[in-house]
Design a protein around this ligand. Structure first.
Ligand code: ZN
Length: 112
């Protein structure tokens, strides 16, 4: 059994009930789960079919990862949404969003 690379305390045990939520579609896949921190690792073999199903459902989307620099205005820090993402999500610019902090270097913006 492998040790968990995240907490380094638990062992990775094989499971077949890892659920992955992609845009409301739940995928149940095989993989490994840490006995200590419960971190889940999806088998790479399982990941590929999941991605192709998700692509067919149109919930995977192209990997839109773009680099942008934050700017500063009098009222705070401003992030301009790249045009590609704006078009892809059909943003009008008046949507309500939820901004969540994940860890120390990630911000997730969810359109309500
Ligand atoms: Zn762990």
């Amino acid at each position: 059994m492998k040790n968990c690379p995240v907490c380094e305390k638990g062992k990775l045990v094989e499971v077949d009930d890892i659920t992955s939520n992609l845009d409301g579609y739940i995928f149940v896949v095989k993989g490994e789960r840490c006995t200590h921190c419960r971190e889940e690792y999806i088998n790479e073999k399982e990941l590929q079919p999941m991605i192709s199903v998700a692509q067919k459902l149109g919930v995977w989307g192209q990997p839109l990862k773009l680099h942008r620099k934050l700017s500063r205005s009098a009222r705070g820090t401003v992030l301009r949404i790249p045009t590609d993402i704006e078009k892809d999500l059909h943003l009008k610019g008046n949507e309500q969003v939820t901004i969540a902090k994940q860890g120390n270097n990630r911000i997730v913006i969810e359109i309500e």
